[in-house]
Design a protein around this ligand. Sequence first.
Ligand code: PLP
Length: 245
Amino acid sequence: MPDSANSPLNDTEKSQLLANYQAVLDELAKCNEAAGRAQNGAALLAVSKTKPAAMLRALWQAGQVDFGENYLQEALAKQALLADLPIVWHYIGSIQRNKTKDIAAHFDWVHTLERGLIAKRLSEQRGEICRQNPSVPPLNVLIQLNIDDEASKSGVLPDELFALVDEVAQLPNLCLRGLMIIPDKAGSDAFVRTQALFDEVRARFDLPQWDTLSMGMSGDMAQAVAHGSTMVRIGTAIFGARDYA
Ligand SMILES: *Cc1c(COP(=O)(O)O)cnc(C)c1O
């Protein structure tokens, strides 16, 4: 397992972490209120990539339930160390074809679905898990939308969204919940256009559980919440800068 997964947390690090966490919660509450969404505001996904299991445990004890991870092997190592906690695990990294089996087995949510082929594999593999253990629900999935239309970026293009929604909606072991975006930094109108597409899918398709819009990060939380985000993904502001060394 990666060394980082297992490193302990000293008292100073722990109090800094909890102070950061509270500041992010306060900021999110302000954004929700400013958007007139004090009652049904966006929730917080704590993005814990590269951070040790001890940090996740401390945040769990402070009330955080949802954690996002990008790297499969690292996530599995932390999950093993935190198996005693009913954490809700979100996979937010890019999905390689040979990783779908572990993702289907070890996560509650996937935010980064962008291809029908991957969706089919995830559904089949989740189906095997559900057959072994009927209490396991379908895998919640979000379609990652390439809203800024950049060739280099991942996500399905807006033109291809409805076709992919149609395909994923028919897969028995996936529960299609909504959309996810990573907008470019240029301050585009990505949030406005994503909200419009989100609403259009709801109007066109019969998807009773279409309820999740994963958008907004540290720098653009207020804007994202104002445009209907239901889940903001925050890493650095909670955990501190990442060291990839
Ligand atoms: C890493 C990551 C985040 C968190 O980014 P920060 O800048 O650390 O808050 C959010 N979303 C995705 C998809 C990520 O990969």
